[in-house]
Design a protein around this ligand. Sequence first.
Ligand code: ZN
Ligand code: ZN
Length: 352
Amino acid sequence: MDSSGKPSTAQVVVLATSSALTALFYSIYKSRATTVARLKGAQKVTIDQGLKNILSETPGRCVPYAVIEGVVRSVKETLNSQFVDNCKGVIERLTLKEEKMVWNRTTHLWNNTEKVIHQRTNTVPFSLGSPDDGIAAAVRVVRPLDAAELNLETTYENFHPTLQSLSNVIGHFISGERPKGIHETEEMLRLGEAVTGVGELVLDNDLIKLQPPKQGFRYFLTRLDYDSLLRQQGNSVRLWRILTVVFGAAACSTLLYILWKQYHRHRASRKERSLLEEFKEQQKRRMRELNVEEGSVSPSSCAVCLSRERSCVFLECGHVCACVQCFDVLPEPKKCPICRATIDRVVPLYNS
Ligand SMILES: [Zn+2]
Ligand SMILES: [Zn+2]
């Protein structure tokens, strides 16, 4: 806070940043809370023989937001793991990540970093069926890669370290980057895996489909069951709520601090003005007592005796308003005649 009373740049930056983050976190919190509310309101549907009949009697042959729990079944073909024998699935994702250490110039530490250098996802059409093999009914899953929280199972993982020679090592210290190696993973959604899908359920001709729901509703496909999915989403809502409250409190306290400072500055300047008015009144009275014309008093004459020149500075207030002789006869404790601040030190003025 400078003397003009304007908030400092740092205060404005803190206020702006914390307000912006609060707004951002609040909007994320809101959308997550809406997702959880919709998830709770979604209609639970069991995969059985009657499902087709229920859907054909529903208006639009569609349940806008439905939860189904089932096991993964292939439709025609399946994908084979490229690394594990007899491991079949319907989604396969291969990822190559480069791992390296990067020198941080600020903290003076080597930090681990990862970068995806290649990723490929293969899918074949699949459906969710009842865990009971005797029930043939199944729900075809449409556009599974659009789903949130699609956590696949890691079926293979390997690390290929980078060979280090002495000249390489010296080069790495100079460049500040030290490659560690390539991390290769294969993840799959395997046949028979229990999966929970949340989305729009439609009966299209003779096929029951689970597809991405209408705008604003989230499509879920997860290996968690419905209750764990709800719990996981609920935890994320809590996290964003805490962040919103923390940053909101920071924004409010910064704003209050700035306003409090402004108020104090305003009060101090009002007090100063009223003291000055009072002093001028007093001086007029004194001029009348001494029978001195207002015009005949020089602006640089001592405010107490109105005759000698002002010849000292009062500290800490800094007023130059009296002569040394008048200062000496001021009653103890000595106070500045203008602002009434206690005089800690007095410094004589030397006019040259
Ligand atoms: Zn004087
Ligand atoms: Zn003063």
